[in-house]
Design a protein around this ligand. Structure first.
Ligand SMILES: O=P(O)(O)OC[C@H]1O[C@H](O[C@H]2O[C@H](CO)[C@@H](O)[C@H](O)[C@H]2O)[C@H](O)[C@@H](O)[C@@H]1O
Length: 277
């Protein structure tokens, strides 16, 4: 854990930000059943009171991540922040409210057009996830997810462009959403609000590259970036070349968070009490 010396030295100046799917929750066929690993959440409950902030930065609607992660209520997570839909939605445990701009109107026409587009491309059974301000086409449950994603890539891109929207590709998913913000903006927002000395970011998919870039750039401001990649077995990803720490999937992530909590709690117990002379 050498790279974490900065965290151990000043936990109260550290932000820990984590993606949801593939980082806190194992990748599963049904997105509605992608529950967070309880070991990871238990560790976050111990870490959050010791760190400057813990944040979940996710492509999910903020409230969906809160639900699947059991993140509302309970000890330890009173200051948790969830930046949803790639950062455009902000949920704070302290208020229980979501702050977000109005839905992009263009998404309505895209949702209406999608079923016919999927059928025309030969994949009528691709699953459509209605995310409110965005819509995702999932191929994981089709016979050949990679081929289906490749087949759908161009028509989905065209549909998005016709409506002034963008495509966010991910693991067996093509999402159509509004542009102008990404997970990098979410990181910059957290840094501006809380002025951390160290930012640890953990993420596993292409949408996390923007957050990786934003965190890495913090070195130029004298802050310490720590990039963590929970890699699935045999997974080839551009994140692997960038990461400071590579873990064995979500199990490895949960274990790593637990060890970090152990070390921070031990450090606190053994530190001299500044009030004692
Ligand atoms: O930013 P994230 O928290 O990683 O969210 C990215 C997308 O994750 C979800 O899809 C992924 O996870 C599903 C459940 O394990 C899996 O079935 C799917 O193949 C993955 O792509 C989610 O459904 C999307 O809305 C998120 O944007």
């Amino acid at each position: 854990m050498d790279k974490l010396d900065a965290v151990l030295a000043a936990p109260d100046r550290t932000i820990l930000a984590l993606d949801f799917d593939g980082t806190l929750a194992p990748i599963v066929p049904d997105p509605d059943r992608a529950f967070a690993d309880p070991v990871a959440i238990a560790a976050l409950r111990r870490l959050s009171p010791l760190l400057l902030r813990v944040a979940v930065v996710t492509g999910r609607p903020a409230l969906k991540a809160v639900e699947l992660g059991s993140l509302a209520g309970g000890a330890g997570l009173e200051h948790l922040i969830v930046m949803g839909q790639y950062g455009i939605e902000r949920w704070e445990a302290s208020s229980g409210e979501v702050v977000a701009p109005a839905l992009p109107e263009e998404i309505i026409a895209v949702k209406e057009a999608l079923p016919a587009l999927l059928a025309a491309a030969g994949h009528p059974d691709a699953w459509i996830e209605d995310k409110g301000r965005a819509v995702a086409v999932h191929t994981r449950r089709l016979a050949d997810p990679a081929v289906a994603q490749a087949d759908l890539s161009e028509p989905v891109q065209r549909l998005a462009e016709e409506h002034g929207l963008r495509v966010e590709p991910g693991k067996n998913v093509l999402e159509i959403r509004a542009g102008g913000f990404d997970k990098g903006d979410a990181i910059r927002d957290l840094v501006q609000r809380f002025d951390p000395a160290t930012v640890v970011y953990a993420g596993d998919d292409l949408g996390d590259l923007a957050a990786y870039d934003a965190v890495a750039a913090l070195a130029e401001e004298g802050r310490t970036p720590v990039l963590v990649f929970p890699r699935m077995p045999g997974e080839d990803s551009p994140l692997a070349d960038r990461a400071d720490i590579i873990l064995e999937g979500t199990d490895g992530m949960a274990e790593w968070l637990t060890v970090l909590a152990d070390r921070l709690e031990t450090r606190r117990e053994t530190s001299p009490d500044p009030l004692e002379s």
